[in-house]
Design a protein around this ligand. Structure first.
Ligand SMILES: *[C@@H]1O[C@H](CO)[C@@H](O)[C@H](O)[C@H]1NC(C)=O
Ligand SMILES: *[C@@H]1O[C@H](CO)[C@@H](O)[C@H](O)[C@H]1NC(C)=O
Ligand SMILES: *[C@@H]1O[C@H](CO)[C@@H](O)[C@H](O)[C@H]1NC(C)=O
Length: 390
């Protein structure tokens, strides 16, 4: 009798103990799931980012192991020491002459190949002066918003100024553009001159602003920063149809472990991308031009890099054979430096248009695109509204 009571007691006790352990375990896993650290953080201790390095021979870094394909870019990269600093046209013409089916290439790609090594262009300055972009000697920005635009996209630029690119402590906004005088297009010189004098935030260079010339904006900005604005902590490279949740991005960057921040390359990362081989589209790449897969890269719609990498990226770019797409070229340069991109779920660079007007979803993101200027302004207002309930 007594003993069976004893057993009952023991069983109850054990059940209670088991329950307690279970409850604590569940509570703990809940808590750890709710940990509000920077998203994209892998579990466990933070791995330190490697420091950038640039070996004398980039072949291994760029995955060039024999047998080497005969494609033009691959051959070029294999033999490339440093891109020529003069007579870039001759270099391009010689490279193009080695492509057997060049005549079948799209016109834009042929033009790119001819001028691909030409990377030094003077700034475009308004006639009559003015429009000078101030250097950073008064204030070094923590975050530089470097927005790629085109001369004719006035409304997009104005929307950025009135929303996420507006005055914020520690943040500076600059637009990157080619020549407003176009080639066959209308001469936007006087309109852009007015805008440049009014806002002082346009960096213009004297090259034709076409899609395959966008890498020039990246490289010329890095050179400009080295001369006029060294010491920037982070650079956001974005398109002018992006919408950036600037306060969220700032707090994310401030919360990053220092070892990540030093070599940051953060955005929506594509790791399995392959060249598109169907002629006709804007991203068509002929097999005789490039063989293999793309490197892991951050989508060009918007991504963040550490400012201290600017001189490193310039050095790498002098040794990586030109590629027509700016974001893939950046991926190649990071790969050459031995650095890896970091993915963050809050970068959505192909945002479905029907979700553009949802402040509750966008509140939790860092960057979405594409958005029209009107939608950007509407959204920004919603996000500022203290009564916004989600
Ligand atoms: C780079 O190294 C490879 C061997 O991995 C070698 O075949 C190639 O010639 C080297 N390239 C240069 C430019 O030295
Ligand atoms: C920065 O701009 C100021 C004002 O225009 C000028 O006095 C100064 O010399 C410039 N500094 C550098 C490093 O270019
Ligand atoms: C890029 O701009 C340069 C200078 O204006 C021009 O020579 C070149 O053809 C342009 N590239 C393309 C792909 O049009």
């Amino acid at each position: 009798m007594r003993c069976s009571k004893c057993l009952l007691c023991l069983a109850a006790l054990l059940t209670l103990l088991g329950l307690k352990v279970y409850i604590e375990w569940v509570a703990e896993t809940r808590q750890s799931r709710a940990y509000p650290g920077p998203r994209g953080t892998p579990p466990g201790p933070t791995p330190a980012s490697p420091e950038p390095t640039l070996p004398a021979n980039l072949s291994a870094r760029l995955g060039q192991t024999s047998p080497l394909p005969s494609a033009s870019w691959n051959q070029q990269q294999w033999h490339l020491g440093t891109l020529p600093s003069s007579d870039c046209q001759a270099w391009g013409a010689a490279a193009a002459a080695r492509i057997p089916d060049l005549a079948s290439y799209p016109e834009a790609l042929r033009r790119f190949l001819g001028a691909a090594a030409c990377r030094s262009f003077p700034q475009w300055r308004p006639r009559g002066g003015g429009g000078q972009v101030a250097n950073c000697s008064a204030r070094v920005p923590y975050l530089l918003l470097a927005v790629k635009s085109e001369p004719g996209r006035f409304a997009q630029r104005q929307a950025v100024r009135e929303t996420w690119g507006g005055p914020t402590p520690g943040v500076r906004l600059l637009f990157l553009l080619g020549s407003p005088e176009g080639e066959a297009g209308p001469d936007l010189g006087s309109l852009v001159t007015w805008e440049s004098r009014r806002y002082g935030d346009l960096l213009l260079w004297d090259f034709i602003d076409v899609p395959f010339n966008q890498t020039l904006k990246d490289l010329l900005l890095l050179a400009w920063l080295g001369r006029h604005c060294p010491g920037v902590s982070f650079i956001l490279r974005a398109q002018d149809d992006a919408f950036v949740h600037t306060p969220a991005l700032l707090s994310h960057l401030r919360a990053l472990p220092a070892s990540w921040a030093r070599s940051l390359y953060l955005g929506e990362i594509f790791t399995q991308a392959k060249p598109l081989r169907k002629p006709g589209g804007p991203f068509y790449v002929p097999t005789s031009f490039f063989a293999g897969d793309y490197p892991a890269y951050a989508s060009g719609g918007g991504y963040v890099i550490a400012g201290r990498l600017a001189p490193w990226l310039l050095q790498a770019a002098a040794r990586v054979a030109p590629f027509p797409f700016d974001d893939i070229y950046t991926g190649l340069c990071f790969r050459a430096l031995g650095l890896v991109p970091r993915a963050h779920k809050g970068f959505l660079t192909s945002w479905p248009a029907d979700r553009a007007k949802d402040p509750c979803t966008i509140r939790d993101q860092l960057l979405v695109r594409p958005l029209s200027p009107q939608d950007s302004i509407w959204l920004w207002k919603q996000l500022q509204d203290p009564l916004l309930h989600c």
